[in-house]
Design a protein around this ligand. Structure first.
Ligand SMILES: [Zn+2]
Length: 276
């Protein structure tokens, strides 16, 4: 482990600065969950072939909510079967060591942090959470648990049964429920996606680790810029160059580590366990 990282972690311990992790789809790839971008970003339904950016939108939900649900139920069935990997477990162990200084900002909606035992209080799911649904018409902002009546194994991906469709109705107004996720044509907010909380955390952060994400969306970018502008350290862990490598390349507090996520986190956990 780079000595600058260890010194910075010790500094965070002494000064009560936050130790923050920003993670994305790369973390769950090892658990077999596709990124739903690039070559995995297609959805074939009947004779139609959609791009993720097209079907994962509020606009499409208004036009064809059943089509959107077919796609999400398929994705939910994939995540339901997936198990957390070493990276998820190491993040949970690091949280246990670091306590209230810890914050996990995750772009993943796949429930794997919860399955690994990360706490609800210190985990910020900025793209939503597959374990919940809410009213598609926003008659209230209440989150409902994902309906238990919906079968998630051996799904016929082209069929939603009438009973399942009934379970996908808002209990208050009977409009269609929607997945509790951030769609491509929607914006971050505090109510659903903890935007303000995450921005506050970025300003209290002494060291930010960026793992398994290439920086495609604007909130992660702002978080990173906030940390750097307050003299925090930013460590990007990625096997290849990303938006963040470029951003960090000329910053004295920026470090790019060319390594897989899980060995890095394991090493970090072992280092912290020695003295935290
Ligand atoms: Zn409603």
């Amino acid at each position: 482990m780079d000595n600058r990282i260890i010194e910075r972690l010790q500094f965070c311990k002494e000064t009560n600065k936050r130790i923050t992790f920003l993670v994305g789809a790369g973390l769950s790839a090892e658990s077999g969950i596709p990124t739903f971008r690039g070559k995995d970003g297609y959805w074939v339904s009947g004779s139609k072939n959609y791009k993720a950016e097209e079907i994962g939108t509020y606009r499409m939900f208004q036009l064809a909510s059943q089509e959107v649900w077919k796609w999400f139920l398929y994705r939910k069935s994939v995540t339901e079967a997936a198990k957390p990997n070493q990276s998820h477990f190491m993040l949970k162990e690091i949280e246990d060591l670091v306590g209230d200084r810890f914050a996990l900002i995750s772009q993943n909606v796949d429930s794997l942090h919860r399955k690994a035992g990360s706490s609800e209080e210190r985990t910020y799911l900025i793209h939503g959470d597959f374990d919940f649904v809410r009213c598609g018409d926003e008659c209230s902002s209440e989150l409902y648990p994902f309906p238990a009546q919906i079968r998630l194994t051996d799904r016929d991906k082209d069929v939603i049964t009438p009973e399942e469709w009934e379970a996908l109705r808002c209990p208050k107004c009977r409009e269609d429920l929607r997945p509790h996720v951030l769609w491509f044509d929607e914006y971050y907010n505090e109510k659903y996606f903890r935007r303000d909380s995450v921005l506050r955390i970025s300003k209290e952060t002494g060291i930010l680790f960026i793992l398994g994400t290439s920086g495609a969306t604007n909130l992660p970018r702002t978080v990173t810029e906030n940390v750097l502008s307050r003299n925090g350290m930013v460590v990007e862990v990625n096997i290849e160059d990303s938006y963040f490598s470029e951003l960090l390349s000329n910053k004295k507090n920026g470090i790019s580590v060319r390594q897989e996520t899980s060995p890095f986190l394991t090493e970090l956990r072992n280092e912290l366990a020695n003295w935290f």
